[in-house]
Design a protein around this ligand. Sequence first.
Ligand SMILES: Nc1ncnc2c1ncn2[C@@H]1O[C@H](COP(=O)(O)OP(=O)(O)OP(=O)(O)O)[C@@H](O)[C@H]1O
Length: 309
Amino acid sequence: MTEYAIDVHGLNKHFGDKHVVKDLSLRVRRGEIFGFLGPNGSGKTTSIRMMCGLLTPDSGSGQCLGHDLSDSDAIKRKVGYMTQKFSYWDDLTIRENLDFVARMYQMPRRREAVDRTLEGLGLTSRAKQLTGALSGGWKQRLALAACMLHEPQLLLLDEPTAGVDPSARRDFWEELHRLAAQGISVLVSTHYMDEAERCHKLAYIAYGRLLAQGTADEVIASQSLATWAVAGTRLAELSQLLHGQPGVAQTVVFGGALHVSGPDGALLEATLRRITAGQPVTLTQVATGLEDVFIYLMNQSADNYAVPA
Ligand SMILES: Nc1ncnc2c1ncn2[C@@H]1O[C@H](COP(=O)(O)OP(=O)(O)OP(=O)(O)O)[C@@H](O)[C@H]1O
């Protein structure tokens, strides 16, 4: 048994003349929760589908749970894949939906598998509820249960909590950590920063290219950004003034403060002091956050990929 649930190198995928995944190399350890972040259309779903054998890469190689990527039948038997779209029957109960999935996959000892899964995900008391009447959070839990029926070793979850309220998202993540503690590996794509911070490791992908990966602290440190918080009034006006000034890479409003970041700390500070001189604002250097870094990475890659006029 290898140390990695996923270990892929140089994966590429084109759709027509669009190069949607570029030289993707990624390793996910067993029992690790690995977060996959990036703007819409950056290639997260395509990457996930290649890693679980649902889509053949144009080039590149690797293994998933010890099987070569080309051995998609073996991989699919050990992987649970939760797609973005909720695809269960509203007019069936939770139990009936799970039973339907178990039948579809011709699972042996179906009743036992459904009971075990209901119990494992805290759904037993709701087993008879109609799916259509469930809240978004419980629907996601049903979808997770359906992809756990065959006891997979790896979960590939594509934006599993999109549109789910914060308390249900927290419960869902507690469940993921419980599963990871049992040795199940999880690759999860998300747009939520709080979820990114709950992952053991992260990768940020934009325009098909993986731009940073590691723990949240490593991803933040990798960009060496300095960040200042500017508190005061007329911050929108100040943001416009700062745009394009020496040392200013980006300005982002965070609650009542403007976060201003740039790669050259001294230059950024000098610019901030010059532009805000005499204005009723306070400047405080703050720790650069994950969101600051993701916005920076996205802007950088947009610049690199911009088509020249
Ligand atoms: N089967 C397909 N045929 C043609 N183009 C596709 C196909 N699947 C995806 N694409 C294109 O590939 C690019 C990457 O899509 P993908 O769904 O992998 O991105 P994503 O990062 O998962 O986006 P989102 O966050 O919106 O789900 C997009 O431009 C998309 O339109």
